[in-house]
Design a protein around this ligand. Sequence first.
Ligand code: CS2
Length: 497
Amino acid sequence: MAPLKLNSKNLSQIATASAAPVQIPTYPRGDAVKEGIVHIGVGGFHRAHLAVYVDQLMQNHGVTDYAICGVGLQPFDAGMRDALNSQDGLYTVVERTAESSVAKVMGSINSYLFAPDNREAVIAKLAHPDTHIVSLTITESGYYYNENTHELQSENPDIQHDLHDDHAPTTAFGFLYHGMARRREQGLNPFTVVSCDNMQGNGSITRHMLVSFARLRNPELADWINTKGHFPNAMVDRITPQTAPVDKESLAKDFGIEDAWPIVTEPFMQWVIEDHFCDGRPPFEKVGVQIVKNVKEVEEFEKHKLRLLNGSHAVIAYGGWLAGYKFVHQTMENPMFREMIWNMMQEETKPNLPQIPGVDIDLYCRTLIERFSNPPIKDQLPRICLNGTGKIPQFIMPSIAEAIWVNGPFRRLCYTAALWMHYIHGVDDTGAEYEVIDPMLDELRARAKHGDPTELLNIKSLFGDDLRKDKRFMDTITEALQDIARDGVLKSLPKYI
Ligand code: CS2
């Protein structure tokens, strides 16, 4: 039978059309529910994470006032608008391991607004009394955060534009500002801003950036947001590869669904969030979200995740790619990578991580190795190589800094930073050229020198200046970079296992 196009009309047929059962939403949607969450930046990760938790709330717990209105701010979001609008907001999540493949149609995204089509509609939505939470996945660069000064990059042309323009905001902060201003005029509470981006202190950074932005326009509004607004910190986790054409084909073949933009992901998902919401929240804890009272606890979970998972991902991505691999699981099939990652986690990163009651850190590390080795999700290395300037300073450098303070080992961590520095040149170990995608690419290219990290480490907005003063660090990273430049990854890696 020909696959069925995913839309509300075909839903019940889709549930039973193929031999493999498909879970479908049987809860009310459309006008029968309220859109309590507006999510800015609907990509794969949001659709595999927050939108899945909300789907479970709607499906299993009768929640009707927290459906999601998705928002796209960037021109490239037009593809998501078209895909979602053509299938009534529905899409499929396929959870895959070597043993099983489970398809679930999600219905939690109830509508979608594309800001370039109608900016006013987005601001009105943010200011709507039904909107209680505005969540974000806008990537590190969407925060305009200077890692060195910890301040808003107020001179950035996008921010300058939004500071002076009332009618056509372009950044998330421009929209949040107008939404907040209108809510205040209407006597409403601020919405809670929930960052779902992968950054240490994502909620605190969001608060500081938005309040700083508002202060430059209207100090009174800035104070209102700062006093009344809540910005919970959160650790988010689910490995979500980019959708490949073959994913659509196998969804059609195995489950009889024609979906313009499905998702293939791992079964694992985790969200640990501070219980700070100023305008209500759904009972997230009922669907496995870890709601914690104490900020410190979230910080600790964030540290574990960013430094162990994302830090290891950096080795796999830059090392694997330079060595000629294309996927995470492929790189993990090489025992040298497995061993290096394990030892880096155990000997260099773990000793400086806090212990979290109830968390077995060795089990966490073992689970990571298994997750990275999950072949059917086919996680592409270029996805993880993207935007290294938002990653290395966050996932690797803090572990190095802390190892320096306690005079601990850090040569594998240095090797990882060096892999990224070498990757910037855009030529792999076989001599093949590739595209490097990073918002700071021009500056990186101007500073990257084979075998010499000094100029890159001089970028204060990324690296501050503490580390460059440490001779042991400078010697180790220089040596690692020289080893990679001279011998390539596969020949230099054994020294760093
Ligand atoms: C990856 C993450 O892009 C990256 O650097 O490490 O997207 C990773 O897959 C997620 O953080 C997993 O939760």
